[in-house]
Design a protein around this ligand. Structure first.
Ligand SMILES: [Zn+2]
Ligand SMILES: [Zn+2]
Length: 409
């Protein structure tokens, strides 16, 4: 189904007063691109920085989609999940974060289920956000930097947003790989990349392991997964519970799901899914039907924490209690403004720094910033608040997009 035929389908639902059509059917129309990969483009590398301009047609479409999605979502939004209104606090033990066929946060409050997902249908903040000078390396410098890092025992490269390429010994790992030009449930609309990925998919070495944090479109990018599966059919992919389906549909054979605090071994490394305060959603009726998580990686005596997408929460103490201090923490620092919309989904830079301290980290690398305009705050503010908050404890390492550094130890 083409993009406009897809929209036509939804329009017809309005025109014919068929808003009570089965949610399954509507969900299929909205998410058809998830299955086919149509509607997104892998970034073509045509320029360093995306021009920031208004597009009236896009804006009109976005407004219509907003009305459609809000209306349908209102019909479909289930009960408040993981809320303090439950009358009790949910702990970290056993399966307390499982509730029927859905999941909920543990010990923390989720104030606005689905709000974060709806935002991905639009691109309201892009015209307000500018890309600071020097934020992204030239493609040539990025490729050279990656090649030169071969002399180090371990390295880390920022590709953009929450996508980091790590080498530990001879193994290559990728986190939440996103190379598409947009991240959205309603392509060709939704948040557009402000800057190109630091490396192209074809520049990557053979990937051994991919870890995914949850199914939001800015973390689980189906077109990128399809391309990665073609290039790395034997890669091992670790995902939180109920996320294997989309990864297998992308073409990966070796996909392992994990519940919180469940550990899997691969090639001498240990991967443990750990709690996060967030939510999940790709379609209209699947709110919190798949789990979200961070990851603790133990490899070659290095202990690395990848937080995924999270708000501040007491779970960080539980991770330290069970798995010990982590020397390096990759922490999300963006998408915190306006707080009335983002609190409960995304930590501020100050909160992420505090959590890294609580985890005993000596080094911190920021994620989830400087790539898409998912929120109101400027890129320079994300960076400045993060550096100011860290006060060299933990030591902050702010990479330019495309930059490779020796992995802090
Ligand atoms: Zn998310
Ligand atoms: Zn995100």
């Amino acid at each position: 189904m083409s993009k406009f035929a897809q929209f036509g389908f939804i329009s017809r639902q309005f025109g014919n007063n068929q808003l009570r059509a089965p949610l399954k059917q509507i969900n299929a129309a909205l998410t058809i691109n998830v299955a086919t990969g149509h509607g997104w483009d892998i970034w073509d590398g045509a320029s360093e920085v995306v021009g920031i301009s208004d597009n009236n047609q896009s804006a009109l479409f976005a407004v219509l989609c907003l009305l459609t999605t809000l209306l349908l979502s209102a019909c479909a939004t289930p009960h408040k999940v993981g809320s303090q209104d439950d009358g009790h606090r949910v702990g970290f033990t056993g399966k307390a974060h499982h509730i029927g066929d859905r999941f909920r946060n543990a010990g923390d409050y989720t104030p606005s289920p689905g709000g974060s997902w709806l935002k991905l249908a639009f691109d309201p903040y892009r015209k307000h956000v500018t890309v600071p000078k020097g934020h992204v390396l030239s493609h040539e410098a990025a490729v050279t930097g990656l090649r030169k890092s071969a002399t180090k025992s371990a390295s880390i490269t920022w590709i953009g947003h929450s996508t980091y390429l790590m080498r530990i010994g001879k193994r290559w790992l990728l986190t939440d790989p996103v190379f598409s030009s947009r991240v959205s449930p309603v392509p060709p609309f939704g948040p557009k990349r402000l800057v190109r990925p630091g490396l192209k998919l074809q520049d990557l070495p053979k990937i051994d392991v991919i870890i995914l944090s949850h199914n939001h479109f800015d973390h689980t990018d189906f077109p990128s997964l399809i391309q990665l599966a073609k290039l790395n059919p034997n890669a091992q992919v670790f995902v939180p519970l109920k996320n294997a389906g989309v990864v297998k549909r992308a073409g990966f054979r070796n996909v392992t799901e994990a519940d919180w605090f469940e550990t899997h071994r691969f090639a001498g490394m240990r991967f443990t899914a750990v709690p996060a305060v967030h939510s999940s959603r790709r379609g209209i009726a699947d709110l919190n039907k798949s789990l979200w998580s961070g990851w603790s990686i133990l490899a070659a005596s290095r202990k690395i924490y990848f937080a995924g997408d999270t708000a501040k929460g007491s779970f960080i103490h539980e991770i330290r209690r069970r798995l010990g201090a982590h020397e390096l923490a990759l922490m999300p620092i963006g998408a915190y403004s306006p707080p009335e919309l983002e609190k409960g989904h995304h930590a501020t830079p100050e909160e992420s720094v505090e959590m890294a301290r609580q985890l005993g980290a000596r080094h911190i690398i920021p994620t989830h910033w400087g790539t898409f305009a998912l929120s109101k705050e400027p890129i320079s503010e994300q960076r400045n608040r993060f550096i100011h908050a860290s006060k060299h404890h933990p030591k902050p390492h702010v990479l330019r997009i495309g930059q490779t550094i020796a992995m802090p130890h």
